[in-house]
Design a binder for this molecule. Structure first.
Ligand code: 13P
Length: 255
């Protein structure tokens, strides 16, 4: 199954407007000819329009870090999928910081996945266990639960606009990435869970990213895992050289 690798940079709540524009320009310059890799920049909400303008025509697309599960109405402070859709190709849902810092539940994530899809946004659905859960031998159970809940309303026809990001919480922002063995084992487990939820053909077509301390110097080996089809990058996506290196590492494996 030919799955086009996808490298996405989640800028989280970082960058000023000037920094965001310079970063987008830098990534554009660094990866101008790398069409084999899908490249997505995911800035904070207020910079989405400006970044979208900066990368237009480059093949790079823009994503959002979250959205609400309703399309409009009295929901002060929220942003709807319909508002994002003209400017974004993706929305990240269920990121561990939203689950663990902001208390987002599996049910909320599932409702957001449906709302995003109905507005035509593709979804990067994040799943991953904490260190405590891993040490208790519950990593697969947690990932399976988050996956099944998040995909609860997803029909077979919607699967092509879903990317799964496996991001072990203990690897996010710690500088300690999962080993290639752990990344591959969990990506394979995600794929077998997708086969149970849908079917094997669908599971083989869905892209699975690894996220958590991906850097230029470990990207090649993580992206070399047979079931890992890309990376969701935090810290290293804030530097155009570092992010460019990760994208080129992905491209080197395709060419
Ligand atoms: P880091 O790459 O900084 O570990 O962050 C990963 C992440 O949370 C991407 O969504």
């Amino acid at each position: 199954m030919n799955r086009r690798p996808i490298i996405a940079g989640n800028w989280k709540m970082n960058t000023s407007l000037d920094e965001a524009l310079a970063l987008a320009r830098g990534v554009r310059e660094q990866t101008e000819s790398v069409d084999s890799i899908e490249r997505v920049l995911i800035p904070p909400f207020p910079w989405i329009l400006a970044v979208h303008g900066e990368v237009s025509g480059s093949g790079i697309t823009v994503g959002a870090q979250n959205c609400y599960m309703e399309q409009s109405g009295a929901f002060t402070g929220e942003v709807s999928p319909a508002m994002l859709a003209p400017h974004c190709s993706y929305v990240v849902l269920g990121h561990s910081e939203r689950r663990h810092v902001l208390g987002e539940t599996d049910d909320q994530v599932a409702a957001k996945v449906t709302a995003a899809h109905s507005s035509g946004l593709s979804v990067i659905l994040c799943v991953g266990e904490t260190l405590e859960e891993r040490e208790a031998g519950r990593a697969e159970q947690i990932v399976s639960q988050q996956l099944r809940a998040g995909l609860g309303n997803v029909s077979w026809g919607m699967t092509q606009s879903i990317v799964i990001a496996y991001e072990p919480v203990w690897a996010i922002g710690t500088g300690v990435a999962a080993s290639t063995q752990d990344a591959q084992d969990m990506a394979a487990f995600v794929r077998s869970t997708l086969a149970n939820v849908f079917d094997q053909k669908t599971a083989n077509s869905v892209r699975i990213q690894y996220g958590g301390s991906v850097k230029g110097d470990n990207a090649a080996e993580l992206l070399g895992c047979p079931d890992v089809d890309g990376a969701l990058v935090g810290g290293a996506s804030l530097n155009a050289d570092d992010f460019g290196e990760i994208i080129r590492a992905a491209a080197a494996q395709v060419n």
